[in-house]
Design a protein. Structure first.
Length: 113
């Protein structure tokens, strides 16, 4: 495995997700409920082991968390396991700052905190 972690900017991730790329959000339930990237799939880092088989292995997977730390760890684990995974630099905070579309599963407007 290469020493450098595959990583893309939030702006590039927004473009790729709009084009149909698979995005997983590895934050926890309360963070997800407040707001997440539109079209993201919820795979909390704490449940990665039990949900990993739900992540497609036949196409590239973008990985996002709040600021990029957890998603970097998950990306490294997925790459080690043979996935074509890429970390979204700056996480959902960068996604929101780049005007990426947001959704919410909780009350009120979607927000990233």
């Amino acid at each position: 495995m290469p020493d450098t972690l595959p990583e893309i900017s939030a702006t590039e991730a927004i473009r790729l997700v709009k084009a149909g790329r698979y995005l997983i959000d590895v934050r926890e339930q309360d963070e997800w409920d407040r707001g997440h990237a539109a079209g993201a799939h919820f795979v909390p880092m704490s449940r990665l082991g039990e949900l990993v088989d739900d992540i497609p292995k036949d196409r590239q997977v973008l990985v996002v968390c709040h600021s990029g730390g957890r998603s970097a760890r998950v990306t490294r684990s997925l790459v080690t396991a043979g996935y074509d995974a890429v970390n979204v630099a700056g996480g959902s905070s960068a996604w929101a700052a780049a005007d990426g579309p947001l959704e919410s599963d909780g009350p009120g407007a979607a927000r990233i905190e």
